[in-house]
Design a protein around this ligand. Structure first.
Ligand SMILES: Nc1ncnc2c1ncn2[C@@H]1O[C@H](COP(=O)(O)OP(=O)(O)O)[C@@H](O)[C@H]1O
Ligand SMILES: [Mg+2]
Length: 301
């Protein structure tokens, strides 16, 4: 059984601290344990706990300002909790050796909400950055790895010489994804991956993430407000509201919760939030006009 299947078969857990059994615990890649986060004078999360399981796509939903990006920042060690702990690959952030932390950092990639490419650098240089930071990688190998990653995200070698300003929105996302994946991470963080893309580019990008996820056996933590992106990718959904985790589980199970934010979020999608619809939606994406296309010819211009 693959990791992905393990995650998909994991039962729902609400208030999972108490419910977690040892088998599930052994597959947790990230554990957020009773975290309280304070920014300025505002409490952003209160006593929040959740796990990310190996091989799953966990989607985080919540209203604007509900602390989704801050939760990613906690998981990345960019933000420290006022109370509680965050562990990744068994290392507790803020409480492990610098060398351990450096190793852990090389096992994740991040696609921030604002593509975050350096505008003065070419596509090639942007993607190569994490490799250059490792210092001792020979030049020819950097070239080879960058070209390989470009191809994997559906871009061509000719794109390598372009500057970010010459790219479409979808291409910027692809370059940022290539950079996030250049060190072949086990874990990928995506903050609103389809925000700002038109529906067709958004669909192509989601399809690319799905392909790469299975090719690279990725565990994915994704913030999104886009219901179609959830339908296409999420194994489990975690909903934030009122500074708390108000639900976590499969999309169909979370969508049934009476909590006001959740009801509003899925408004108009009630008939779609069931396993049959989701499976059909996913296979239609796989068999759509993109089926059989190579990475290069699904490139948007
Ligand atoms: N550095 C900061 N200092 C104070 N408040 C912040 C800071 N960063 C974010 N916030 C506030 O924290 C809340 C959660 O922000 P964020 O995690 O970005 O929300 P989301 O991604 O769910 O929209 C928001 O109300 C935001 O204004
Ligand atoms: Mg955000």
């Amino acid at each position: 059984m693959t990791n992905q299947q393990t995650a998909a078969r994991t039962p729902d857990r609400i208030g999972e601290n108490s419910a977690e059994n040892s088998a599930e615990k052994s597959t947790a890649v990230i554990e957020v344990n009773e975290v309280t986060t304070v920014l300025g004078r505002a409490v952003i999360h209160r006593n929040l706990s959740l796990s990310v399981l190996s091989g799953e796509v966990l989607a985080i939903i919540g209203g604007s300002g509900s602390g989704k990006t801050t939760l990613l920042r906690l998981m990345l060690g960019l933000q420290r909790p006022a109370a509680g702990t965050v562990s990744i690959f068994g290392h507790q952030l803020g409480n492990c050796e610098a060398s351990d932390l450096a190793q852990v950092r090389n096992r994740w990639g991040v696609l921030f909400q604002q593509g975050a490419l350096f505008s003065a650098l070419t596509v090639f240089e942007n993607i190569a950055l994490p490799l250059r930071e490792l210092k001792d990688i020979p030049k020819h190998l950097i070239t080879e790895l960058v070209l390989l990653k470009l191809g994997q995200v559906g871009l061509t070698p000719a794109d390598a010489f372009k500057k970010p300003a010459e790219l479409s929105g979808g291409m910027v996302k692809r370059v940022a994804l290539a950079r996030a994946l250049i060190l072949d991470p086990a874990l990928l963080f995506l903050d609103e991956p389809t925000a700002g893309l038109d529906p067709a580019s958004s669909k192509r990008f989601v399809r690319l993430i799905e392909d790469l996820r299975s090719e690279m056996s990725l565990t994915v933590v994704m913030v999104t407000h886009d219901v179609d992106t959830l339908f296409a990718l999420a194994d489990r959904v975690a909903a934030l509201a009122d500074r708390r985790l108000v639900a976590i589980g499969s999309l169909s199970q979370v969508a049934k919760q009476p909590q006001p934010f959740i009801q509003e979020f899925f408004l108009g999608h009630a008939d779609e939030c069931n396993e049959d619809y989701i499976q059909n939606y996913r296979s239609s994406l796989r068999q759509g006009p993109l089926a059989g296309a190579t990475a290069a010819n699904i490139l948007e211009h």
